[in-house]
Design a protein around this ligand. Structure first.
Ligand code: TYM
Length: 336
């Protein structure tokens, strides 16, 4: 809660181009929730999290800007939502350190994302990668978030955030709001188009595995056409048919239909037609986003102003919580 209003916070790492998984699992829900209720919303470009993997400086800067433009292009108005770069608000790093001291090694050792990333980047298993979820807890708790809309893969990080917050509140009284995860009805786990047992990921080496948000229509159609399915040629929504299930999930997330309704739409069709219909639906969904992104690219002044204003706003709220935390712990205030 902030100023008596329910609060929502979420964010994405600014590494590479975001995928249809990021969009359907998170960004689209942010926009939907935004229209629904009178909520105070914070959306971070989580660039501090991104450096747990080595980044090329020029690309890193460009990716962060692209991500910010995509948030706005998807429908998050920066005058109504606080969209900010995590690195512009030093309170994130500061609370991250403080919370490190209230988190146990054993808890971090259990994090599946750490295990996956450590296996993928065996040459750079840095301590930032290990304590990554604590920084994420700081992101959420600084804004007293009630609601955190994320994809399923972030559930474990939300649970540890709640554990850390409860532990801290148990020692010092009610300092942090205990956040709830918000997982959308569909699209919470979009799978790779090339291996539907693996989640769609922006770091996948095979570009055909993911739809990227700025892919043009031809590319989208081609990638769906190549999507891996099975050899039955029978459209059903079942765990035994992960490729088909994934296509139906994507279709449902875009059209807001249920899997039953979707399967009815596809009665009598073959896999080729299914892929085409899903591809068309996705291309249609992303087309306005692409146009708006292009306009924003030309409006540097508007975007820069939004970045500055929102960084100031985010800092105001984050510092308020941080001051409270430091006071509770017993840090000495700077004499005025
Ligand atoms: P990130 O950048 O990996 O992903 C951003 C959001 O996209 C969701 N997502 C997916 N949803 C459905 N299907 C997929 N294949 C898929 N891939 C990704 C993620 O669940 C996420 O919601 N640690 C976070 C970033 C973060 C954050 C935060 C999120 C940092 N601080 C505070 C919420 C609150 C991450 O790496 O997300």
């Amino acid at each position: 809660m902030i100023d008596g209003k329910k609060t929502m916070l979420s964010g994405m790492q600014s590494t590479g181009m975001i995928t249809l998984g990021n969009y359907l699992g998170a960004l689209k829900n942010w926009v939907n929730l935004n229209d629904e209720e009178d909520i105070k919303c914070f959306y971070g470009i989580m660039d501090l999290h991104s450096i747990t993997v080595r980044q090329n400086p020029a690309e890193f800067r460009k990716n962060a800007r692209t991500l910010l433009l995509l948030y706005i292009a998807a429908g998050l108005d920066p005058e109504k939502n606080c969209i900010f770069y995590q690195s512009h608000v030093p309170a994130h790093s500061e609370l991250g350190w403080i919370l490190d001291c209230y988190t146990y090694m054993g808890e971090m050792n259990r994090m599946t994302q750490f295990k996956d990333k450590a296996a993928k980047h065996a040459d750079n298993i840095n301590t930032g990668l290990f304590t990554y979820p604590v920084l994420m807890a700081a992101d959420i708790l600084l804004y007293q978030a009630d609601l955190v809309p994320v994809g399923k893969d972030q559930m474990q990080h939300l649970e540890i955030t709640r554990d850390i917050a409860n532990r801290f509140n148990g020692i010092y009284g009610d300092v942090f709001t205990i956040p709830e995860a918000y997982i959308g009805k569909s699209g919470a786990k979009i799978m790779s188009l090339q291996d539907p047992t693996k989640k769609m990921s922006k770091s996948d080496e095979n570009p055909n595995a993911s739809i990227y948000l700025l892919d043009d229509k031809d590319t989208i159609m081609r990638k769906f056409k190549r999507a891996v399915t099975d050899s039955d040629n029978c459209i059903a929504y079942s765990e035994d048919k992960p490729g088909i299930k994934n296509l139906i999930d994507i279709y449902c997330a875009v059209t807001k239909k249920t899997p039953d309704e979707a399967v009815k739409d596809f009665t009598g069709l073959g896999y080729g037609q299914l892929k085409e219909i899903v591809g068309e639906a996705v291309a249609e969904e992303l087309a306005p986003l692409y146009r708006r992104y292009d306009e924003l690219l030309k409006d540097k002044e508007y975007v820069d102003r939004a970045i500055k204003n929102n960084a100031e706003q985010a800092s105001y709220y984050a510092n308020k919580t941080l001051r409270k935390v430091k006071k509770k712990i017993g840090f000495t205030e700077m004499p005025r």
